[in-house]
Design a protein around this ligand. Structure first.
Ligand code: 2AM
Length: 168
């Protein structure tokens, strides 16, 4: 069994922009390792090899359009205690992709988060307050999506891309 999720993975310059912003937030929480920055499309949880094989096959058949997200807000989410980048408006292609992936996952008996999908990039964990700073919006262009494995190694979280599907 592997702990898996679907995600948008940033190009290097987007990762760097997020990293610069995270540095500005120094002292407000625990920064996410820059190598781990991403937009979760759908969290799957523990998945068997059989489920993974079906998910991979189905995902490869999804028509994928390029996605552009403008992350122009910093949001503090009290319950998970995170500070993340969010978008005041966003490309409906990303919501469509989330919906299709959720449908595929449910067909495999996987329980998925049914709350409305909000694309975001978690920058700080263990955050405890709203932060009001000026920053240049992060333009996140994505030419595809990935299936990613999450592993806990010596108290650190490590993500490994298992498969990538480019936009058509
Ligand atoms: P995030 O997207 O808000 O940062 C891998 O664990 C990723 O899936 C994390 O980035 C995490 O949060 C997201 N995620 C969504 N739901 C989750 C859950 N129930 N448990 C763990 N991670 C979850």
């Amino acid at each position: 069994m592997k702990r898996l999720f679907f995600a948008l993975w940033p190009e290097q310059h987007i990762r760097q922009q997020c990293e610069i912003l995270t540095d500005k937030l120094n002292g407000y929480g625990k920064p996410v390792n820059p190598a781990n920055l991403h937009v979760t499309l759908l969290f799957l949880g523990r998945i068997s090899p059989e489920q993974q094989a079906v998910l991979t096959k189905e995902a490869s058949q999804i028509p994928v359009s390029p996605i552009t997200l403008t992350f122009d807000c910093l949001s503090f989410w009290k319950k998970p205690a995170v500070l993340c980048l969010t978008a005041s408006q966003f490309d409906q292609n990303v919501s469509k992709l989330n919906e299709i992936l959720a449908t595929i996952a449910k067909q495999q008996g996987i329980t998925v988060d049914d709350r409305p999908f909000t694309p975001h990039v978690t920058l700080l964990k263990k955050a405890d307050s709203v932060i009001d700073i000026d920053f240049a919006p992060v333009l996140w262009r994505s030419d595809g999506f990935c299936l990613v494995e999450s592993r806990s190694i010596a108290n650190n979280i490590e993500y490994r891309i298992i498969e990538r599907w480019p936009a058509n």
